[in-house]
Structures are given as structure tokens and as C-alpha cells.
Design a binder for this molecule. Structure first.
Ligand SMILES: NC(=O)c1ccc[n+]([C@@H]2O[C@H](COP(=O)([O-])OP(=O)(O)OC[C@H]3O[C@@H](n4cnc5c(N)ncnc54)[C@H](O)[C@@H]3O)[C@@H](O)[C@H]2O)c1
Length: 385
């Protein structure tokens, strides 16, 4: 697509889709080379909104008509999660590039079909809206880990309990916070970014045990999770999340033989050991000796300004996707194929919570779906639809 303008079409002009229309129309200077040319929504009020507010943008009620219109090069998938894989598959079959919002889907079986379709279209660009991957603090953490300075990872702990959602959030009804409409609670709605980053930074665990429960809200899905996981190299991890803690916490701690990274309160602190811990322990003769350390701190915005590259978050992903399609960069921040990794961790946590058993990865996709369907049936029987 060298030298052209990339034409985007959005499927789903709800809360998130509308937010993206504003990036294209009101902040277009930040995404040069990208143009919104079409949108689609099955809801009449959302189409009316688009007709009235998006001048020069064609509005469709059927996404397949939008795909066949010849008006777009990229499909942004912005519907509830269950529909992400099928819409992405249909887009690829129509010869269109796909930028899919998180999560990649709800259960692995459907996401594997999306990945298989992507394999058939190496000419198309398939990306995920993992906007948190543009956060300079996580980029810095990744650079430190990839540079080998942290040595062998030994532990990763993320407490992300600041996704507070009160009763009124769930009382608004609709697909959110239900097994039938969303396929899960905090793991599927709020946490896909952290589950992606957890596995992006530390890799996919080999097994998971977890408690998933519903605390203080009249919903059937989980809003409280504590997961313990093991990695192939013997490292361990803990992932704690909730939507009912007030005040909540957002603290990520990654420890390796070479030191420790902590991200909290908008800054990253890297405490680097002067030598790897096992090396120190071997030669140290002091009863309570410890490796000498050096501390460095990185602030989010400052680091971004030094990078002077991509504005963070959603604009950063759209800009990177556009630049990559136009051949202006060879760095692709969030490849679509990586969308399955965080979802694998998510499905494993759910299954471990549901069964009370340690779940080994790769997990049994069919059993997962069976268990999910059982919960959808129970929800229907309880009138929580
Ligand atoms: N990346 C992020 O930071 C972020 C933030 C919020 C939401 N999201 C994701 O965006 C997606 C949508 O969330 P939302 O809050 O906008 O939901 P929403 O319910 O506000 O909007 C979804 C829209 O999709 C439309 N829709 C449903 N099926 C459709 C179909 N077949 N064809 C066309 N339109 C269809 C609905 O009518 C609705 O207008 C979710 O998957 C969510 O996880 C991502």
C-alpha cells in the first residue's frame, strides 16, 4: 500500500467505536495517512448518530455490504467480544486488513479459527488493539527484560484491582457482565490488556490454579480473581484483579536474577543487582549479605517524549498500523496472531477457577466451551439475561 491513504471502516459504533471515529475526525492530524470512510452498526440509533456526525462517511447496517463496497482497506472490529472472530474472518475472506479490538474473542476454539483464517492471508495485515503496549513504562520493562539485564525471570506479580465498577455499572443491563453476552467478567472486559502484557513480558505460563468469584454485585460472572501460575523455567506468577476494591491497586512487579522492575503510580523503578543473585550467593561469605544494587526510575510521559515516536494508547496503535501498512515502519506493535496468548491465559484462569483444579496449558478447548455453555444455560435459567 505504499504511498496511499489507508481507508478504515468501523464495525460497531458503540462506546469504543465512537471514540475511534473521533480520533479519525477530530484528531486526524495525529494519524496522517489514515481516513475513516465507512462505519456499520446494526442499531438504528448508532447509524443515525453516524449519519449526523460523520460527514462524508458512508453508513451501513450490514457489515458484509460494507466489506463489499470497495470503500475500505481496513476493518476495525468494535462489537461485543463474541462477534470479533467471525467479523474478522469475514473481513479477511473479503480481502480486507483487520484491526481487532481486545479481547481477540471469548473462547479459544473460535479464536483459533480466526488465526487459521489469518494464516491463509499473509498478504493482509492483522493487528490487535493492544493500546497498553504503547505505554512507555511497559515498553521500558520489555526492553529491560529483552536486553537480558533482569537475567532469568523468577517471579511476576500483578495486582490490578483498580478497575472499580459499582452496582450501577452492571445494572445498566445489556451484554456486559454476563456469560451469554460477554463470556466472563473482569477477565474478559477490563483485564485483556493486563493479561496480554503479563504474557508479553513474561511469556505464557505452563499451568494455572485460580479462585474466581463474584463479590458484592448481582452478576453471574466473576469480578474477583486470584491466579497463581507456573512458567516452564520454574518461575512463578500471581495475577490478582477485581472490580470491587475501593481503593484499588495497580502494581506490577517483575523479579529476575538480575534485579527487580516495579511499575506503580505512573513510574517504573528498575533495581539492578551488581551481579546476578546466584553468582553473588555463591561467592558471598557475609552472613546476611545482599547483592549491591543500582536504582533507575523512568516516568511515563518523559520517556515517551524522549522516544518522540508514537503517541501513546489507541492513537499510537492506529498510527503504527497505518504506518506499517504504508511501509513507513517495519515495527508492528501488536500483531493479531499474538491476540491468542492473553486469551489462553484468561481461559486457563477461568477453567482453573471453575474446576478448582490446576489447568495445564495448552488447555482443553472443547471442555472450556462446554463449561462456558453450562454457565450460559444456568444464567438463562436464573433469569439473568
Ligand atoms: N481497547 C480498549 O481500550 C477498549 C475499551 C473499551 C472497549 N473495548 C472493546 O470494544 C468492544 C465494544 O465495546 P463497547 O463498549 O463499544 O460496546 P457497545 O455495546 O457500546 O458497542 C458495540 C456496538 O456494536 C454494535 N454491533 C453489535 N453487533 C454488530 C454487528 N454484527 N454489526 C454491526 N454492529 C454491531 C452494537 O449495536 C453496538 O453499537 C468490546 O469488545 C470491548 O472489549 C476496547
Amino acid at each position: 500500500m505504499n504511498g496511499k491513504v489507508v481507508r478504515y471502516g468501523i464495525v460497531g459504533v458503540g462506546k469504543q467505536g465512537t471514540f475511534y471515529t473521533k480520533i479519525f475526525t477530530k484528531l486526524k492530524g495525529l494519524v496522517k495517512g489514515a481516513k475513516l470512510t465507512a462505519v456499520c452498526d446494526i442499531a438504528e440509533d448508532r447509524r443515525q448518530y453516524a449519519e449526523q456526525n460523520l460527514k462524508g462517511v458512508k453508513v451501513f447496517s450490514d457489515y458484509k455490504e460494507m466489506f463489499a463496497s470497495g470503500l475500505i482497506d481496513v476493518v476495525m472490529v468494535e462489537t461485543p467480544h463474541y462477534f470479533h472472530p467471525q467479523i474478522a474472518i469475514d473481513a479477511m475472506k473479503a480481502g480486507l486488513n483487520v484491526l481487532c479490538d481486545k479481547p481477540a474473542g471469548v473462547y479459544l476454539k473460535q479464536v483459533r479459527e480466526m488465526m487459521a483464517e489469518a494464516d491463509k492471508h499473509p498478504d493482509l495485515l492483522f493487528g490487535m488493539m493492544f493500546n497498553q503496549r504503547t505505554n512507555p513504562l511497559y515498553i521500558k520493562a520489555k526492553q529491560i527484560i529483552d536486553s537480558g539485564q533482569l537475567g532469568k525471570l523468577t517471579r511476576i506479580v500483578w495486582i490490578i484491582t483498580n478497575w472499580y465498577r459499582p452496582r450501577a455499572y452492571y445494572a445498566q443491563g445489556g451484554w456486559r457482565g454476563t456469560w451469554w453476552g460477554e463470556g466472563g467478567g473482569v477477565l474478559l472486559n477490563q483485564c485483556p490488556h493486563q493479561l496480554d502484557l503479563f504474557t508479553w513480558l513474561a511469556g505464557l505460563p505452563v499451568s494455572v490454579t485460580a479462585t474466581t468469584s463474584t463479590v458484592g454485585r448481582d452478576i453471574s460472572v466473576e469480578n474477583d480473581v486470584t491466579a497463581y501460575c507456573k512458567f516452564a523455567n520454574g518461575a512463578t506468577g500471581v495475577f490478582i484483579t477485581s472490580t470491587h476494591d475501593a481503593p484499588g491497586t495497580n502494581r506490577l512487579e517483575i523479579t529476575g536474577e538480575g534485579g527487580k522492575i516495579v511499575i506503580e503510580h505512573g513510574k517504573l523503578t528498575f533495581t539492578k543487582n551488581a551481579e546476578l543473585e546466584p553468582v553473588f550467593s555463591e561467592h558471598n561469605e557475609v552472613f546476611m549479605g545482599k547483592p549491591k544494587t543500582k536504582k533507575s526510575t523512568y516516568r511515563g510521559i518523559g520517556h515517551y517524549l524522549r522516544l518522540k515516536k508514537y503517541p501513546p494508547q489507541h492513537i499510537g496503535i492506529i498510527k503504527n498500523y497505518t504506518d506499517y501498512l504504508l511501509g513507513k515502519t517495519d515495527k508492528f506493535i501488536a500483531p493479531g496472531k499474538e491476540g491468542i496468548t492473553g486469551l489462553t491465559f484468561s481461559n486457563a484462569i477461568h477453567l482453573a477457577g471453575w474446576t478448582g483444579q490446576e489447568v495445564h496449558i495448552p488447555l482443553d478447548d472443547d471442555f472450556y466451551l462446554e463449561q462456558l455453555q453450562k454457565r450460559i444455560e444456568e444464567e438463562k435459567a436464573n433469569g439473568k439475561k
